[in-house]
Ligand binder design. Sequence first.
Ligand code: DGL
Length: 275
Amino acid sequence: MDNRPIGVFDSGVGGLTSVRELHRILPGEDIVYFGDTGRVPYGSRSKTTIKKYAKQDINYLRTFNVKAILAACGTVSSNLSDKDVEELALDIPFMGVVMPATRAACALSQEGRIGVMATTSTIRSGAYGKALRSIQPTARLIGNAAPLLVPLVENGLTDMENPVTRLMLQQYLEPFIREEVDTLILGCTHYPVLYDMINDMLGYRVNLVDSGAAAAREMQVMLCEQGLQANREQGTTVYRVTDTVDNFTAVAGNFLFKDIEASTEYVDVDIVASL
Ligand code: DGL
């Protein structure tokens, strides 16, 4: 048993898809969520910058004495190599979303035609192709970058009938429809908040994988296997963001369906950048 918090981070609100699932399956855990809203988006940046930010984010979470860290960010998960993680000399488990999401997709896919929609840098990294080859080499992967979905989600344009978001999705989903994927990985953790809209546009024929939720479920298994679960009924979650609290908490409501203003604090991005 271990009552220290779990650290979860993303460039912005997207990682709340992992937090939402952690709340559902591990209600007794304390969580520290870090959203680097002052530097979002990560997905259009260079590998070097993404790695630099990710290392600072991880070091920031370490200051909370966390027992495990979840990079609830597809961009970080696909750009940070095992060697990068080793260099951080972490003495706690670290997990990303790529392997959990790929495992979930393989378990769901009947025909082995799997799509991944993610940020530009995630698609460019080739991480999903590598993960799929290691799990199910016969499966085919169709990737497409959907960079403009992140600002749409960060600005709360997520209602089912939103014409701008629908128009963008029409374009981004076209290759998956053309290639008749049977399973689509939402490889950026911002996208699952558009789950219903995507389902509707794909005609409910395609399995959708929420990468943030898939990672949360593997976090549960890992904590259990390593005897790291908390032994309390109800945990608490605190949120730290590098831009205005108001914007974050307003959009967070679309993910968590509750008001988190009282548990959210601003942290100066220069402090994070110095770590
Ligand atoms: N939520 C992120 C991801 O999973 C990052 C999006 C971004 O910052 O561009 O990739």
